[in-house]
Design a protein around this ligand. Structure first.
Ligand SMILES: *Cc1c(COP(=O)(O)O)cnc(C)c1O
Length: 384
């Protein structure tokens, strides 16, 4: 039997065999309908309301962050996070080449330039050792500002990504940032419910961004949040995302070119109902990952991707990594599994291959290239 047939066979041991199985569909098994109706009846459906406050409070409680500020989506969360951390037009922002395009877009909206760095095989996140080597040769700190020697631009921030929900080596990355006067802003869009050494992802940086898009572990339809331990920073984010309106009984006063980024109450109502089920979703997804791990065990050239040592992952998106000769069978596996009704997908195209980011600075990316060529994502919804 060829590798593609065998991969399908292993998936059939885990997944239902009738109908189409999407990559990640939302699960609405709680009070979603009830809270949405209550929200409509209250007339507070827009950018203020009790559900927003409750959702933010529960996010902070769950993650252990001092504050959560709910916004319209994860991309907006990243953009405002970078903005309040001082990223400006003409700055560079370090980030993995292996990420969803939103990471690069968020920096780009601020007029900053993405600077792509390589990934690491065990976490799929930014490699701290190779990042440090890259900075030793490509950057220098002058007057407390890290400068790219060849472009002359400030390297202001690093945005590591917890890819597929697996925590990256963020503690080591934080040390590199300290040594180079670079601000750490985590892209935790995929990693709500993932911990490293007992600390929730998104709590290692100055702030972090979470997403509640329809395909994430919990959804608000569309939505995101910024997490931070800095109260003053959280107040600033809240202010900026509500058009920077200065409180006044009736006057329209704004003290900055702010954003209309606050999460509507109707989305937060959905979010509150989803928060009730988050622990259950994590448990279900971890069980599904265990079953995949068993099913793929011993299949030559196909390694099921597991959580890094010392971490507890939400297994947001399950993946296998093809190795050796099996890499050449990626298209065949995608063909065979999709034809059988199982939605499988390759990893994202690396950022420096996209037309709008191809001229951006970058280091050598051998690991990201290998992962790009070998990753296949598997159906991962909590309902499976
Ligand atoms: C989903 C995602 C985002 C963006 O979130 P949206 O809510 O879709 O804007 C950013 N980064 C990564 C890595 C993501 O997976």
């Amino acid at each position: 039997m060829d590798v593609a047939r065998q991969a399908l066979d292993r998936m059939q041991q885990v997944l239902p065999q009738e109908g189409f199985i999407p990559l990640h569909e939302p699960t609405f098994g709680g009070a979603e309908t009830e809270l949405l109706i209550k929200c409509v009846e209250s007339t507070f459906v827009s950018s203020v309301g009790a559900y927003v406050d409750e959702f933010e409070r529960r996010l902070a409680e769950f993650t252990g962050a001092a504050r959560a500020v709910a916004v319209v989506n994860g991309t907006a969360a990243l953009q405002v996070a970078l903005d309040v951390c001082g990223v400006e037009r003409g700055d560079e922002v370090l980030m993995p080449a292996l990420t969803f395009v939103a990471t690069a877009n968020a920096a780009s909206y601020l007029g900053a330039v993405p600077h792509f760095v390589d990934s690491e095989e065990h976490t799929f996140g930014v490699d701290p050792v190779r990042l440090r080597e890259h900075l030793v040769s490509a950057a220098e700190v002058r007057d407390g500002v890290c400068l790219n020697r060849s472009t002359g631009r400030p390297i202001r921030a690093l945005v590591p990504v917890h890819v597929f929900g697996h925590p990256c080596d963020v503690e080591a990355l934080a040390e590199v940032c300290d040594d180079y006067s670079i601000t750490l802003v985590e892209d935790a869009a995929e990693s709500l419910g993932s911990w490293r050494d007992g600390t929730h992802t998104g709590r290692f940086g100055r702030c972090s961004a979470v997403s509640f898009n329809g395909n994430k572990i919990i959804t608000t339809g569309g939505g995101g949040a910024v997490l931070t331990n800095d109260e003053a920073l959280a107040d600033r984010i809240r202010h900026l995302t509500t058009t920077a309106k200065v409180p006044h009984k009736w006057e329209y006063r704004h003290d900055a070119a702010g954003y209309n980024f606050r999460m509507p109450n109707i989305n937060a109502a959905l979010g509150c109902a989803q928060m009730d089920q988050l622990e259950g979703f994590i448990a279900a997804k971890r069980t599904l990952a265990e079953r995949y791990a068993q099913a793929f065990d011993g299949l030559d050239g196909v390694r099921f991707v597991t959580e890094p040592a010392g971490c507890r992952s939400n297994y947001w998106l399950n993946a296998v990594l093809l190795e050796g000769d099996a890499v050449a069978t990626r298209e065949a596996i995608l063909e065979t599994t999709n034809a059988a009704g199982y939605m499988t997908r390759p990893a994202w195209q690396l950022m420096h291959r996209l037309p709008m980011y191809e001229a951006c600075p970058r280091m050598e990316l051998p690991v990201a290239e290998r992962l790009e060529a070998g990753v296949i994502n598997l159906p991962s919804g909590a309902g499976l």
